[in-house]
Design a protein around this ligand. Structure first.
Ligand SMILES: Cc1cc2nc3c(=O)[nH]c(=O)nc-3n(C[C@H](O)[C@H](O)[C@H](O)COP(=O)(O)O)c2cc1C
Length: 138
């Protein structure tokens, strides 16, 4: 099974989270800003933050280019100041493109900028558990 990890990070939280999951799965993570080319991916982790209540336009544009021909399933990992905001538009676009987006998604409080030290040990532990459970559920 081919797993890929991509992230969009304005202030570093999602990048740190992506690096951690990358080590856990021994799969390299790629920055969406570099427009990574994805081929034959069975499970894609998309890790990002929320800005002005939405996903970044950079992420939105990127996911518009994904189809079920290059990505089968997606698992979402998202941080926000509130810790509860979901990347609704990203899910909608992917589903419209025929990609299965797993119902369970991982949300955590990323704080704002460098305040709060997120993702912290607890966030990392919970995200790692989410990744393990996701793989088990497939
Ligand atoms: C410019 C900006 C706007 C933000 N707007 C929101 C927001 O509307 N709602 C929210 O819950 N968090 C908001 N946040 C908090 C981020 O979602 C949170 O810090 C997240 O962890 C950022 O991820 P990143 O460091 O990978 O970019 C905002 C952060 C920034 C920098």
């Amino acid at each position: 099974m081919k797993i890929s990890i991509i992230y969009y990070s304005m202030t570093g939280h999602s990048k740190k989270m992506a690096n951690t999951i990358s080590k856990e799965l021994s799969v390299s993570s790629e920055n969406i800003k570099t427009n990574p080319k994805l081929e034959d991916v069975d499970l894609l982790f998309i890790i990002s933050g929320i800005y002005s209540d939405k996903s970044s336009p950079v992420l939105i544009e990127y996911v518009k280019g994904l189809t079920k021909r290059n990505v089968k399933k997606v698992a979402l990992i998202t941080s926000s100041g509130s810790g509860i905001t979901k990347p609704i538009k990203v899910r909608e676009i992917l589903e419209n493109n025929g990609i299965k987006v797993l119902k369970d998604e991982f949300l955590y409080a990323g704080g704002f900028m460098f305040f709060g030290g997120h993702p912290n040990k607890n966030d990392i532990m919970n995200a790692t558990n989410f990744v393990k459970e996701t793989l088990k559920s497939l």
